[in-house]
Write a protein that binds this ligand. Structure first.
Ligand SMILES: [Zn+2]
Length: 324
């Protein structure tokens, strides 16, 4: 099983290079046999020009099928899309990957992960895999946050105490996202199901002193630009990472599960707060990465989360750069 995974990685290294991602075989192997829908390795390292990227596996949400998950598609249609992408159909597979970039001498996390069982009981792997990759969470200099959904920010804080997991990191987020969630009276305006998360954000985040609120287009680190892509949340942000002639768009949740949304970019997830705006942002960003030949990764793409899109009529086709 492990040998097969290694061969898969080796076989796809050429593909990674073709998309401008200089691939390097450096990975961790867990001591246990990984379930079939979880990767056999915990982290994967590649380069975007001079920037070192470590993609770290956090876990997977095996979400029970729910007719409300996609507002304008049936369970049968979502199952058919999964099957077409060779994914399991017994549940909705939502894996989670977090990137850590080494830019100059600085360590920059792209989102914070889901916080050891604070999102899903079996999404617990980030701290162990980060340590296995040789990354000390106390040495993370900055966290670039895409949006305030639990799978992206609960990893900022310890369960129970809400202590900072990255105590020395500046927390960078688009002002529109921070201000929306912490606005007085916000919790009461949230849908019932979102209120516990909204309350935790409102209670804890404003107490921290290490926030840096930025606007669309800000250069948040050398070679890293925040590009607003609202709809999923009001201040949902992507980050364009550039070094030399190489570029990678850290796209967070604009394409969510590409097996569903690449062939059906007009599908509206119940998780998209403003469905039509999310669709417009999705099309705008994916059209741009195709036109400009930019590599792309997404938080919920199959691990290690990078891939490429091509036009397919009025929709898209997705291919992972590598599969492990
Ligand atoms: Zn997410």
């Amino acid at each position: 099983m492990l040998e097969m995974s290694r061969r898969t990685v080796l076989g796809s290294a050429a593909a990674a290079v073709a998309f401008g991602l200089a691939s390097k075989l450096e990975m961790s192997v867990p001591a246990f046999a990984a379930p079939a829908d979880e990767p056999a390795i915990g982290f994967y390292r590649y380069h975007v020009g001079d920037i070192e990227v470590t993609a770290i596996y956090d876990g997977i949400w095996r979400k029970p099928h729910d007719p409300a998950f996609i507002k304008n598609a049936s369970i049968e249609e979502t199952k058919a899309a999964l099957a077409k992408a060779n994914l399991p159909t017994e549940f909705m597979p939502i894996p989670l990957t977090v990137l850590v970039l080494k830019v100059g001498g600085r360590l920059i996390a792209m989102d914070a992960g889901s916080g050891v069982g604070q999102w899903q009981a079996n999404a617990t792997h980030l701290p162990g895999n980060m340590a296995a990759a040789g990354i000390d969470h106390k040495k993370i200099d900055a966290v670039m946050i895409s949006h305030f959904h639990p799978d992206h920010v609960w990893g900022l804080m310890e369960k129970g105490t809400n202590e900072l997991v990255f105590p020395n990191a500046e927390l960078v987020v688009q002002a529109a996202e921070y201000n929306w969630w912490t606005e007085p009276g916000r919790i009461e305006k949230l849908a019932q199901g979102r209120r516990p998360a909204g309350k935790r954000i409102a209670d804890v985040f404003p107490k921290w002193k290490n926030w840096k609120l930025v606007e669309d287009g800000a250069e948040v680190a050398p070679g890293i630009e925040l590009i607003s892509a609202p709809g999923h949340t009001p201040g949902h942000s992507t980050y364009l990472v550039s070094s030399g002639s190489h570029q990678l768009l850290v796209s967070a949740d604009i394409m969510y599960v590409p097996a569903l949304l690449a062939p059906h970019p007009e599908w509206q997830g119940s998780y998209d707060q403003d469905g039509p705006l999310a669709i417009a942002s999705r099309r705008k960003m994916i059209d741009r990465v195709i036109a400009d030949k930019i590599a792309i990764c997404g938080s919920h793409f199959p691990f290690p989360g990078s891939g490429s899109f091509v036009k397919d009529g009025n929709a898209y086709a997705f291919a992972p750069t590598i599969q492990v």
